[in-house]
Design a protein around this ligand. Sequence first.
Ligand SMILES: [Zn+2]
Length: 137
Amino acid sequence: MGVIAGVYQLRICLKRPMEILVGAPGRHTFPAGWYVYTGSARHGLVQRVARHLRHHKRTHWHIDYLLAAADHVEAFVLPGGKPTECELHAGLEGGRVLIPGFGASDCHCESHLAWFRKRPEIRLMPWREFIRDCRLY
Ligand SMILES: [Zn+2]
């Protein structure tokens, strides 16, 4: 199961506003609410998402800083190459871009992180279901 490619979304809950130092973009105030981060893994979707969900790790990607401050994180996945992470993120409705460039250093999107006042629905497969059925892939 090491070579599953695919896209994923993380639904992140932040109960209080937080000031977070995010690598290169710098210090930002993250309002309380819900965040959706969209990413992809060309090899090792399982390993990537598992890393995001781990509590103790070195901060490497922008999202690591937000995850370290989050109250709650849920992951959703979609194995395969379609849609791309950019298409998937663009398809989120009602989200706001708070930090231009967040998670989007390798593409032309404004951001791969969206903020929502209310809990957004995610259409991908919940991580736990995916892991349970993982040997099918
Ligand atoms: Zn993009």
